[in-house]
Design a protein around this ligand. Structure first.
Ligand SMILES: *[C@@H]1O[C@H](CO)[C@@H](O)[C@H](O)[C@H]1NC(C)=O
Ligand SMILES: *[C@@H]1O[C@H](CO)[C@@H](O)[C@H](O)[C@H]1NC(C)=O
Ligand SMILES: *[C@@H]1O[C@H](CO)[C@@H](O)[C@H](O)[C@H]1NC(C)=O
Ligand SMILES: *[C@@H]1O[C@H](CO)[C@@H](O)[C@H](O)[C@H]1NC(C)=O
Ligand SMILES: *[C@@H]1O[C@H](CO)[C@@H](O)[C@H](O)[C@H]1NC(C)=O
Length: 312
């Protein structure tokens, strides 16, 4: 089931970062992310939805099962939610989603074509008590329509979106409902989820660190420092030489490693004679102080293929 998530996230998406990249302490968000395909591959549902609390996948829904199902640690939290009721709500959204996709394809005279509709909506609570919200769709990877809650109005970003706007604004009460959902209902739902989820979202998992090396040429050694299984996402990872931070050759990206944690690595090519001077420095909110791991640390794994022995 969880394998669906990467499929969904690998689709081109112009809705900004798929999930919040970095939540500030005391700031929380609820994000609904939907992807609909007019011609899904055999065996795949045409609609997939994943719901996130901050950057953590909280529950999923798809059109094949018609069920909302908790993910990760939320599978084990009892009485948090009526999942039957959530499934009904998601099914209702599925109906609107399908109608919108069909309307767009009809507008473009391509009712049989292969097209994608994506939607991202949700809200956030700042620690100063204010809240923010967002609701935007993309058709075939391009901005389609966006809700402006200040006016309030649906703002078309594609010629076909004028029809959608007309439909979604057919009655004044539709706009008021969308605004009330984003500004009142969504933050209230999020607040309710937090009662059961703070321990997951506020957790501090310190990184594990592995330093590996392999000889690339006679004179140079490539050093790799990998930090993994950490949460939250923010990390400082550098090679240092005599305490001086070095520019890495590559790496530095922070990637999800499954299970809601992250990993990152930095690579540096150094002269073999000088390698004793290098250490990997790691800074993370779960560490009381920065961690410094020398290249020849005992934590080294999988670096023996070079045939070199370690000089301790
Ligand atoms: C779709 O077809 C109709 C009728 O043939 C035509 O009037 C219209 O311009 C077409 N729409 C687009 C977006 O090509
Ligand atoms: C759409 O696809 C169906 C079945 O694949 C086919 O029977 C129909 O002729 C197609 N219609 C158009 C307008 O291409
Ligand atoms: C709360 O903080 C956010 C972001 O830091 C800011 O944009 C907003 O104006 C603040 N709201 C209040 C009521 O202070
Ligand atoms: C969440 O906790 C707050 C404060 O403890 C409480 O007022 C509120 O009713 C709770 N909400 C839900 C949905 O449990
Ligand atoms: C060895 O690494 C240095 C940088 O540390 C680089 O300038 C040099 O080109 C490398 N030599 C080889 C043979 O790759």
């Amino acid at each position: 089931m969880v394998t669906m998530v990467p499929v969904l996230l690998s689709l081109p998406l112009l809705l900004g970062p798929v999930v919040p990249q970095e939540a500030q302490a005391g700031c929380y968000s609820l994000t609904y992310l939907y992807t609909g395909l007019s011609r899904p591959r055999e065996g795949y549902p045409w609609l997939q939805g994943t719901v996130f609390l901050n950057d953590q996948a909280f529950f999923r829904y798809d059109s094949a099962s018609g069920k909302a199902e908790p993910l990760g640690p939320w599978r084990h939290i009892q009485r948090m939610k009526d999942w039957e009721k959530e499934s009904q709500l998601q099914k209702f959204r599925e109906g609107i989603f399908l109608e919108t996709l069909q309307d767009i394809m009809a507008y473009y005279n391509d009712s049989n074509g292969s097209h994608t509709l994506q939607e991202r909506l949700g809200c956030e609570l700042q620690n100063n008590g204010s809240s923010g919200a967002f609701w935007k769709s993309a058709y075939d990877g391009k901005d389609f329509i966006e809700f402006n809650k200040e006016i309030p109005a649906w703002v078309p970003l594609d010629p076909a979106a004028w029809n959608t706007k007309k439909k979604w604004e057919a009655e004044e009460v539709y706009l008021q409902r969308a605004k009330a959902y984003l500004e009142e209902e969504c933050p209230r739902i999020l607040q309710g989820y937090l009662n059961y989820s703070r321990h997951i979202l506020d957790r501090q998992d310190p990184p594990s660190v592995a330093v590996t090396r392999h000889t690339t040429t006679g004179e140079n050694t490539t050093l790799t420092c990998q930090a993994y299984d950490f949460y939250p996402r923010g990390i400082g990872l550098h090679w240092t030489r005599d305490g001086e931070v070095q520019e890495s050759e590559s790496g530095g990206d922070v990637l999800p490693s499954g299970g809601g944690t992250y990993l990152s690595s930095v690579v540096l090519e150094v002269s073999s004679q000088d390698r004793d001077l290098y250490s990997c420095q790691v800074e993370h909110s779960a560490l009381a102080q920065p961690l410094s791991v020398p290249w020849d640390s005992k934590q080294e794994t999988g670096a023996r293929s070079s045939g070199e022995t370690q000089s301790q």
